[in-house]
Write a protein that binds this ligand. Structure first.
Ligand code: F6P
Length: 319
């Protein structure tokens, strides 16, 4: 193999840089040229592709975001868009692609691989931790720590005012971020899309606990569970307790990656590059119970990850 390319796609996540850096340095170490595709699949279509050196990925491991840029490309969803992308890849003699992104980006890679038989290896890069077959996705740990810091701060002010605070966190249709940070942050309630909740019962319990002298309560709301602003209004009406809503937004996506994200992203980046160089294709590298695993790309995109029922149970017991 003469050359491979690396691309980051979809929502950025802290650790994508560490993963891309590992892909680049591993390929160069093995004597293979590496290209970086700018701005996700858009860059493949627009031929926005640069050759990278070891120096191109210096001073990156500690940075959030992605130095390659990222995007969600509508054009790549069309056969014409993918044809243009393929022509650009062939013109540069690129013989394999590492795609770092969430389930939508990996799905794009799977379609591309099916149509053009181009070797593809995916790495799960998303704060949502919603890729099937892997316990871990690049950036989820950093995002969870960012959320936790916010919850800690919100507890101070909620306690000072005897308020309820509902914190809305990202995760799209997945409740992983909400559930893990809810447990780690000692939330009274965690609302996730995967589990039905009874609003009346929750409000009744909240009122009772305040009547017993409780100073404050935190409700962590996954963005996919319900509209947190609307929820706050209803909770205040039903409980008669001063309630505030904090929507954390994109602050959850940024920041310097944690040790876990730097190490695991680096390990996965090396594995992805070596897999391509050894002729493997249609794989996604992730972790299962702490150990690196290779998942079939089509299995990863055709299956839906579920929320660990053990976490759901624990959140209830400890609330
Ligand atoms: O998939 C990552 C994610 O941050 C989701 O948690 C969130 O719903 C979405 O991306 C936000 O996307 P955008 O940056 O396009 O608003």
């Amino acid at each position: 193999m003469e050359a491979i390319a690396v691309i980051t796609s979809g929502g950025d996540s802290p650790g994508m840089n560490a993963a891309a850096r590992a892909v680049v340095r591993t390929a160069l170490y093995e004597g293979v040229r590496v290209f970086g595709v700018r701005n996700g699949y858009k860059g493949l279509i627009n031929d926005d592709i640069d050759e990278l050196s070891s120096q191109s990925v210096a001073d990156l491991i500690q940075r959030g975001g992605t130095f390659l840029g990222t995007a969600r490309s509508e054009k790549f969803r069309t056969p014409e868009g993918r044809q243009t992308a393929y022509n650009n890849i062939r013109a540069r003699n690129i013989e394999g692609l590492v795609i770092i992104g969430g389930d939508g980006s990996l799905r794009g890679g799977a379609s591309f691989s099916k149509e053009y038989n181009i070797p593809i290896v995916g790495l799960p890069g998303t704060i949502d931790n919603d890729v099937w077959g892997t316990d871990y996705t690049i950036g989820a740990d950093t995002a969870a720590n960012t959320i936790l810091e916010a919850i800690n701060k919100l507890r101070d002010t909620a306690s000072a005012h005897r308020r309820i605070i509902a914190v809305e966190v990202m995760g799209r249709k997945s409740g992983w971020l909400a559930m893990t940070t809810g447990i780690a942050g000692g939330a009274e309630y965690v609302l996730v899309p995967e589990v039905k909740f009874d609003l009346d019962e929750m409000c009744h319990e909240l009122r009772e606990s305040y009547d017993r002298g409780k100073r404050y309560s935190i409700i962590v709301v996954a963005e996919g569970a319900c509209d947190a602003i609307g929820l706050g209004t209803v909770v205040e009406e039903k409980t008669g307790i001063d309630t505030r809503v904090s929507v954390l937004g994109h602050i959850q996506r940024g920041g310097s990656p944690t040790v876990e994200d730097r190490i695991k992203a680096s390990m996965l980046g090396e594995k992805a590059a070596l897999a391509l160089l050894s002729g493997q294709t249609n794989k996604v590298f992730g972790f299962d119970s702490g150990k690196p695993v290779a998942i079939d790309l089509f299995d990863a995109v055709n299956n839906k990850k579920t929320l660990d029922p053990e976490l759901v149970r624990l959140a209830r017991v400890l609330a």
